[in-house]
Design a protein. Sequence first.
Lengths: 283, 60
Amino acid sequence: MSPNLQVRHFSALGSTCELIAVGASPAALERCQALVLDADARLTRFVRDSELSQLNATNGRPMPASPLLYGMLEAGLHAYEASGGLVNIAVLPALCAAGYDRPFRLGLSEPSTLHPPVTPALPDVLWLDRASHTVAVAPGAALDLGGIAKGALADLLIAELGENAVCNLGGDLRVRGAGPRGDGWHVGLCDGSAVALTDGGIATSGTTRRRWGKGMHHLVDPRTGLPVYTDLTEVSVVTDTALHAEIYAKTAVLMGSAHGLPFLSQRADHFAVVAPPVPAAAA
Amino acid sequence: MSTLVSEKTLKRVAIIGTLLLTGVFGAVVAAAPKPPAAALHPSLRVLPAGSEVHTQTYVS
C-alpha cells in the first residue's frame, strides 16, 4: 500500500462508509465525512425534522429544498425513467406496510396482515420547480431515497477526495485514479470476483440483507407493493457512475434473470450476479 | 435456331465464375476485421480469481 494512503471508516446512511484516498490530506477526508453526515441528517426518513421528513409531511404544499435534497430528488426521477418505473422512491408507504417503519437496528416485525398500498408513478406525485428550487410531494405519497442517495452522494463527493480515491457509501462506490499501486482500484463484487477500475461507479443490490419475519426484505417491488420474489439475490454492476450502478443493479434484481440479465448486458460495463441454485425436480 | 454455346460450356463458365467470386469475396471477408467482442470499458479490468481488493461493494 502507498505510504500516502488515507483511510477512514464511519457509520452513516444506515451502513458503513469508507473513504480511501492517495495523496489527499486528512482534512480532505474529514471534510468529506462531515458532508456525508450532513447529508445523512438531511435525507433520513427516520428523523422527524430531517429535510426529507419535512417534505414527506407537506401534504402537497411546495417547500424550498436545499441544493442537496433537490439534486437527490432529480436523481430519483432519473432512476424512475432509467428503470422503466421499477426504481421508484415513492415506494415508502409500501415499505412501511411491510414492516420497515423504523431503523433496522431497532428490530422490525412482520405485519400480521399485509395490504400493500398502490405505489404511484413518481412523476405523478413529485413536482420540482427548477427556477425556484421548490419541491412538493402529493398528499398521501412519501419518499425514501435509500440507495439512490448513496449512489448519487458518492458521485457528488468523490471530488472532495482528490484525483485518486474511493468514496464507498454502504457498498455504492465511486472511484477515480490509478489506485495505490497504479493499476486501478481493486473492488470485490458480490460473487467473489474482482475488478480494477480507474474511473467509474460500482454498486450492489439484492435481497440478502435487511431481512425480517418470514421472507420479508427491504427491496419492495412497486408493481406489487411487496418484497420482490426474484431469482437474482444479488447483483453488482460496474458502469460510469455509482448512481447508474445502483439503478441498474436494483432494476435487474427486480426484473429477475429472464429480463434483468439482458437489461444489464445492454447497459453495464461489467456485472456479477448471485442466484440461488435451482431446486432439483422432485423424483 | 442454332445453339451458339453448348450447355456444357455454360456449366463450366458458371462453376469458374462461382469459384472466382468465392475467391474474391472470401478474401475480402477473411481480411475484414472481426467485430469486437463486448469490450470492457478502458478504465476497467477483470482481476484474476483470489486477487486482493482495496474495497468491496455489497448489499446494504
